[in-house]
Structures are given as C-alpha cells and as structure tokens.
Design a protein around this ligand. Structure first.
Ligand code: NDP
Length: 283
C-alpha cells in the first residue's frame, strides 16, 4: 500500500501560531541579526524566506551583508559587536561562507545565549545532558515530525544516514533521549558496503546526506517511517536522498521533498529566537 505523506507545512503552521502568541506575550519584538558574507543566490533566497517568516511572527529580522573579501578576523569583530548589542537576541551566519572563513571557528564566537542555530559547543554539550533549551534547527524539525506521527520512540530501531555536526550527530543524541535504539551510518558504512543492511533494519529511517537516489526504494522494509532531509537539484527539480517513488510503495509514512523537513527548519529558527529572547529576559 502506498505510504501516507508526512508533511511539514501543517505542523509548521501550528507551531508558528504558538510562536506568534508567545511573541505578543513577551511585549517587545525579539530581534534576529542575520549576516551574509559575499554574494550567493541560495543564501539570499534562504535569508528572504527567514525574513518573511520572521515578519509574519512579529520578530524583527536585521539582515546585513558584508563584502566577499571580509576576513575571518573582521567577521569575528562584527559578531562581537552583535554579541554586545543588547537589542540583538539572536545571531545567524548564512552559509556558504567564502573560503577564507572557517564556519566552525567563527560560529564559536557567537554567545551561546544568542546562538539561534543551537550549534555552539556549549549548546550541543547541553543536549548530551538532556538540558538543551535551544536545539539545532534541522534535528529539532525532524523531532517535531516524529512527534506528529505519535510513534513511541522507546526501543525503536532508528537509522540515521549522515553524521554531520548540524544534522546527524545532534539528532542521534535527541533520539537517545527518547530511548530509541540509534544507528548512525556515514561514508564509512557505504564504503564498507553495509549501508543497505542497516537501512533494512530501520523502523524509522532518517537520511541527511545530499546525494539524490542514495537510498533505493527496495532497501526499505514494509511499514518503515522515512524522513528525507536531503535537498538536491536534479534536472531543475528539488529531490531528496531517497528514491521517493520506490520508497513510498513500501514505507508507511514518508516526507515529501520539498515540503517535509524544510518548512519546519525555518520555524525552528524562529522558535529558537523567541527562546533566546526569553532566556535573556530571565523567563
Ligand atoms: P554534510 O555534507 O555536512 O553531511 C553529509 C553527511 O553524509 C556526512 O556525514 C557524510 O559523511 C555523509 N555521506 C556522504 N556520502 C555518503 C554516502 N555515500 N553514504 C553514507 N553517508 C554519506 O551535509 P548536511 O548534514 O549539512 O546536509 C545533508 C543534506 O541535508 C543536504 O542535502 C542538505 O542540503 C540537506 N539539509 C536540509 C535541510 C532542510 O531544512 N531540509 C537543512 C539542512 C540540511 P562524511 O562527512 O564522512 O563524508
């Protein structure tokens, strides 16, 4: 039987309504500072979509673009100014950055209490102890999708493909908090020829790699829940990492790409901005 679609938009709408009400209750507009370095059409489109969402929720979005020659030191100095600007509640640095800037290095200069992407080591560390208030946006989006399915994660075989710092690794920690049995696959798994074996064991499969068609439809067992985080442009179309046609014949639930994780990721960024503003006000 073909799978049901697990769509992000209706969940995002519900959460946005909650954010809007909580922003109103806060009394003042939370402020999100967004910094882009150099020209990049993708980053610009993403920032525009953030601006639109922020506007609709009563969050002030302050976008600033720095020249493509900006040095790492100059960007750090810029971040320090935003850190000490009391009117700014959250800071996001748009990706990609020019080659002279190391994101991992500069992201650590953002104050943990203004880290709306939840990627500062201090915030990632809190996930290990189950005390994080601000979660990385994409893993948080995946957790919201799973919440919507009402599946009890306790003891479930969850297979994550992709072990990046922004998706796979923090997501594994969040799932462990829910007592799921988590397997994390990566390039080494594929090189060892074991990816298909692991995917077959999944009751819940989450893929975040960035390679169209990596996961074949017939690798998926009947009844699996499939969350495809991947975004790939193939012949002018956006597709995920999972062969959607094949997988949806076997899965019980599957996210569409686009329309699955994506709409929730921006919503999580706004929720984090609100949370940072509240924490800074001691709420
Ligand atoms: P990264 O490139 O940082 O990570 C990709 C991961 O996949 C790495 O762990 C890599 O391993 C692993 N990998 C690469 N090739 C294989 C393979 N053949 N088999 C198994 N694992 C492999 O990407 P991100 O985590 O940043 O993003 C992943 C995808 O998710 C992208 O398509 C991105 O566009 C999308 N994305 C979507 C979002 C949304 O809102 N929907 C938000 C964020 C990302 P190794 O590093 O060891 O090579």
């Amino acid at each position: 039987m073909p799978a049901n679609l697990l769509e992000g938009k209706p969940i995002a709408l519900k959460i946005k309504e909650e954010i809007k009400q909580q922003v109103q209750a806060l009394g003042t507009k939370p402020v999100l500072a967004s910094v882009q370095v150099g020209e990049n059409a993708g980053a610009e489109a993403y920032a525009k979509s953030q601006q639109k969402t922020a506007d609709s929720l009563g969050i002030e979005y302050r976008f600033q673009k720095l020249g493509k020659e900006t040095t790492e030191a100059a960007l750090c100095e810029f971040i320090q100014k935003l850190n000490s600007d009391k009117s700014v509640n959250g800071i996001i640095i748009q990706m990609p950055l020019p080659p002279q800037i190391d994101y991992k290095k500069i992201s650590q200069f953002i104050l943990p209490e203004k880290d709306v992407e939840g990627l500062h080591p201090a915030n990632i560390g809190k996930i290990v102890f189950g005390r994080a208030k601000v979660l990385p946006c994409t893993p948080a989006a995946v957790m919201e999708l799973l919440k919507e399915t009402k599946i009890d994660l306790n003891g479930k075989e969850v297979v994550i493909v992709g072990h990046s710092e922004i998706v796979g690794k923090p997501l594994a920690l969040l799932l462990l908090e829910k007592f799921a049995t988590v397997t994390v696959c990566h390039i080494g798994t594929s090189q060892a020829g074991k990816l298909q074996d692991h995917v077959k064991k999944a009751e819940i499969l989450i893929v975040a790699v960035g390679k169209a068609g990596l996961i074949k439809g017939d690798w998926i067992e009947e009844g699996t829940t499939v969350i495809d985080v991947g975004i790939n442009r193939v012949e002018g179309k956006i597709v995920g990492d999972v062969d959607f046609e094949g997988a949806s014949q076997r899965a019980s639930l599957i996210t569409p790409v686009p329309g699955g994780v994506g709409p929730l990721t921006v919503t999580m960024l706004m929720r984090n901005t609100l949370e940072c503003a509240r924490l800074q006000r001691g709420k």
